[in-house]
Design a protein around this ligand. Structure first.
Ligand code: ZN
Ligand code: ZN
Length: 178
């Protein structure tokens, strides 16, 4: 546990590693290592705290296009300011030196370091992961993974064939003249 009110003036360094970190849903990060540096800011009366969170790990992923499982390396590098000051949080960002930092509302004095790291990894999980940028996906007709070679379906023939919707629309006669 991190106690924000008891931080040393020179800051607090924490680090650790985990064989497996379960995220929300089915996701999990393997072989992860993290480090956090927490520094109380000069605005101590309000309890502002600078956070620098770094980490790396591997996410077990399923490609959203070809549905193959693959490993996605994840890297976390996040700097932000934690504050009890609702007004500062409402402004959203705070300039510190040359950096514009996001401000995160932290009303509690106690923080769980693993929950904090987990949150940062969670933000790195893509909505639609791809095994590679130019993943070819699956054949919509036979379901073959096109990354592993072509199938015998003829996509050109398919494209020329009117879709079921086009056929249905074609059979409806619209008469706007009457
Ligand atoms: Zn893929
Ligand atoms: Zn096919």
């Amino acid at each position: 546990m991190i106690h924000l009110s008891k931080l040393p003036a020179e800051g607090l360094k924490l680090s650790g590693d985990l064989a497996l970190l379960p995220l929300e849903g089915e996701d999990a990060v393997r072989d992860m290592a993290w480090s956090i540096f927490i520094l109380p800011s000069s605005n101590a009366g309000l309890g502002d705290t600078f956070f620098d969170v770094k980490g790396s790990g591997v996410l077990d992923c399923t490609c959203s296009r070809c549905l193959e499982p693959f490993d996605l390396p994840l890297a976390v590098s996040s700097q932000y300011l934690g504050s009890k000051d609702a007004e500062l949080v409402a402004r959203g960002a705070h300039a510190l030196g040359t950096q514009d930092l996001d401000v995160v509302f932290m009303p509690e004095d106690e923080l769980d370091e693993e929950a904090l790291v987990k949150e940062q990894f969670q933000l790195q999980v893509p909505m639609h992961p791809l095994c590679k940028e130019d993943c070819l996906g699956l054949c919509p007709d036979c379901g073959k993974n096109w990354n592993k070679g072509k199938c015998s379906c003829n996509p050109e023939l398919r494209a020329k064939e009117p879709s079921a919707l086009a056929k249905a629309l074609g059979s409806i006669k619209l008469d706007f003249t009457s």
